[in-house]
Design a protein around this ligand. Structure first.
Ligand code: FES
Length: 107
């Protein structure tokens, strides 16, 4: 089981099967809206989150993530939720640019 704690969304916790689902799929399974403008195809960075801390492992960077890293559009502490799987627990933050207007974020 994987667990994500979103610090700037009232510390919302989502749990999901991190082996079979990406973090984005896990969020949707938990009924949480998460921006994903390209439809989870790895073509935008609107699903990116900021890693604050983790106890566990993310899947290796996907090809789109490597491409965005090389272009300077995905920082070292950022991963794409539509590309990343998780084993363990991660504490994350949704960057301001990727926040949905109908949800209330703390920062
Ligand atoms: S939804 Fe576009 S890269 Fe993840």
């Amino acid at each position: 089981m994987a667990k994500i704690i979103i610090t700037n969304l009232q510390k919302r916790i989502i749990t999901f099967n991190g082996e079979s689902m990406t973090i984005l799929e896990g969020a949707m399974e938990n009924g949480l809206d998460w921006m994903h403008a390209c439809g989870a195809k790895g073509r935008c960075t609107t699903c990116a989150f900021t890693l604050m801390e983790k106890e566990g492992e993310f899947s290796p960077l996907s090809e789109p993530e490597i491409r965005f890293r090389n272009l300077g559009r995905l920082g070292e502490k950022h991963r794409l939720a539509c590309q990343t799987r998780l084993s363990g627990t991660a504490v994350v933050k949704i960057p301001r640019a990727n926040q949905l207007p109908h949800l209330t974020y703390d920062i």
